[in-house]
Design a protein around this ligand. Structure first.
Ligand SMILES: Nc1nc2c(c(=O)[nH]1)N[C@H]1C(S)=C(S)[C@@H](COP(=O)(O)O)O[C@H]1N2
Ligand SMILES: [Mo]
Length: 539
């Protein structure tokens, strides 16, 4: 039979040991992140575990995860990871209280998970394992220290659950051995515990500062980059390329509004002063060049619309920018491609890979190693200091950001990151069109209105856009002037609307005369199809 006082003590003891687990694991994780920030900035143990978890998700959830990667939901994901780690840490502390050594084992298991997660990341070095090992050692040491201090052998343990111990005298808590050992309330032990907490806070704060500092340093380097003048500048954009219809997507996408899709939980901060690009694989001679050497190459500048394979019909994972860069074919010509190669596997500093047909890298389309976006160095989120831009291909097979290696290889020997996860090895961008005005569910005026949007078929161009109101006949829309085949085209069409509900459909005809398919298909494995339809009300 347990008195109220014992219940309260047990509660306090549980709180203490949950906190002890939290402090031990928290300090371990913080130190591990700190070690990683110093020696392998591209591999963080926490994000490696997160990425492994996402990697183990089944197909449908992964589909959703790709979208997650491009949005602010990353913060939500990292936040949930912190909560999960905190709960497990508390559990580890409680375990150590009742079964000495088991909590330590739990922390060791954390370390093993971290090591396994890092081992499953592409392109890692042995150094990357230092962080989870240090994290586990620090966590175990702290918990062992707490246990040796507050769970001294020889003192009366808590009675096992369900079995009432001998009745205790309602003595003062200091005289009660059970409560004084299980829930230390003495001033000294409490101060020691606070000290550990403070150490954790300082270490975590320091680690966070260092990580943030590296981003600041890189942002500074980026601000100082002087982009070269292009040998081949992009043509001026004629006024007739841009429609004035209110609500239409701007023809040129501002870098700040450009969609972002990548697997990086933390944006890689790549130092442009130490950055190098390597050409390897099936080449006559390997080439390595640094950022200054890259900037000295004869550059081309061009408007290109890029898009994500995960874009739904009518979605906005697509954007149009002016890119500055050095044609990949010139770099490959310097390296000398050996016969038999048919793919270039590009790799980023954070281990992402994309497999691009050698053909697309070397033909006249100007696949480039891009250093500039809309007249400025690449923003950090869009791949600073260098990325690939290949007109006509979805980003997952071509647009590697934070580029560091081009391996000339074959489709038989290598695969890009997304291919084993159920996406097609080949990813040409499908002909697509979108209605921007009116928006779905909008209320418009009845009578004459202008509907408008964009259409794209990079590499083939757009020759016509047609709209269909309420299942009626297809009607030609008016096209803005197309700058080239690789950029999207704005379109608009005047309609005369009766009051009531309407459904508007759009479809495009590409430069080869092929009409966009109306057959509905999901994004996986090689891009969504179907006609974008907007339902709205007039009057
Ligand atoms: N390093 C790296 N590069 C990457 C990716 C990635 O996950 N990591 N995702 C690719 C995908 S799927 C797309 S659609 C484009 C998106 O480029 P953006 O974020 O600049 O719009 O980047 C590509 N390059
Ligand atoms: Mo993508």
């Amino acid at each position: 039979m347990s008195s109220g006082r014992n219940g309260k003590d047990a509660m306090e003891a549980r709180r203490f040991w949950a906190a002890a687990g939290l402090v031990a694991v928290g300090a371990g994780v913080a130190v591990g992140e700190l070690v990683a920030a110093f020696i392998t900035p591209a591999v963080s143990p926490v994000s490696a575990v997160g990425q492994t978890v996402i990697g183990m998700l089944p197909g449908g959830v992964k589909e959703w995860a790709i979208h997650l990667f491009g949005t602010s939901d990353k913060t939500v994901f990292l936040g949930s990871m912190v909560v999960v780690i905190a709960v497990l840490a508390g559990a580890v502390g409680l375990l150590e209280r009742t079964r000495r050594g088991v909590g330590l084992l739990g922390i060791g298991l954390f370390g093993v998970l971290g090591i396994a997660a890092i081992a499953s990341r592409p392109n890692i070095t042995a150094l990357a394992f230092a962080a989870p090992v240090v994290a586990a050692v620090v966590g175990m040491a702290l918990l062992a220290w707490t246990a040796s201090r507050f769970l001294r052998p020889g003192l009366v343990p808590e009675p096992p659950a369900g079995e009432a111990g001998p009745p205790r005298a309602p003595a003062s808590s200091a005289a009660d051995p059970a409560s004084s050992t299980a829930a230390p309330t003495s001033r000294r032990s409490f101060l020691a515990f606070l000290g550990m907490g403070a150490a954790v806070a300082i270490i975590t704060g320091g680690a966070a500062l260092i990580v943030r500092q590296s981003a600041v340093v890189v942002a500074d380097l980026r601000a100082k980059v002087k982009l070269p003048r292009p040998l081949v500048p992009a043509p001026a954009v004629p006024a007739a390329a841009v429609l004035a219809t209110a609500g239409i997507t701007p023809w040129l996408t501002d870098a700040n509004d450009f969609y972002r899709i990548d697997t990086a939980l933390v944006v890689p901060a790549v130092n442009s002063e130490t950055w190098k690009l390597t050409v390897s694989g099936m080449v006559e001679k390997e080439i390595t060049l640094d950022f200054a050497q890259l900037l000295a190459k004869p550059m081309v500048e061009m408007y290109v619309t890029i898009g994500c394979v995960s874009n739904e019909v009518g979605g906005d994972l697509v954007g149009n920018a002016r890119w500055l860069g050095w044609p990949v074919r010139e770099l490959l010509a310097e390296a000398g491609v050996k016969p038999g190669a048919d793919m270039v596997l590009s790799r980023s500093t954070d281990g992402f890979t994309a497999g691009t047909p050698l053909q697309a890298m070397t033909d006249t389309r100007n696949a480039i190693i891009a250093v500039g976006m809309n007249g400025a160095p690449l923003p950090l989120v869009h791949g600073f200091p260098a990325r690939l831009i290949v007109p006509g291909l979805y980003g997952y097979v071509s647009a590697t950001k934070w580029l560091e290696e081009l391996k000339v290889t074959t489709f038989a020997a290598d695969t890009g990151y997304w291919v084993p996860l159920g996406w097609s090895a080949m990813g040409p961008i499908k002909t697509a069109s979108r209605i921007d005005v009116p928006r779905s569910g909008a209320k418009t005026a009845a009578g004459p209105v202008t509907v408008a949007g964009v259409a794209w078929a990079p590499e083939r161009g757009i020759s016509a856009v047609q709209v269909q109101l309420d299942g009626g006949p297809w009607k030609e829309a008016e096209l803005a002037v197309a700058l080239n085949k690789d950029t999207w085209v704005q379109w608009k069409a005047p309609l005369d609307l009766r009051a009531g509900n309407h459904a508007l459909k759009v479809r495009a005809v590409d430069g080869s005369g092929a009409v966009q398919t109306g057959a509905e298909a999901p994004p996986a494995p090689d891009g969504a199809t179907g006609y974008h339809t907007v339902k709205f009300t007039a009057g």
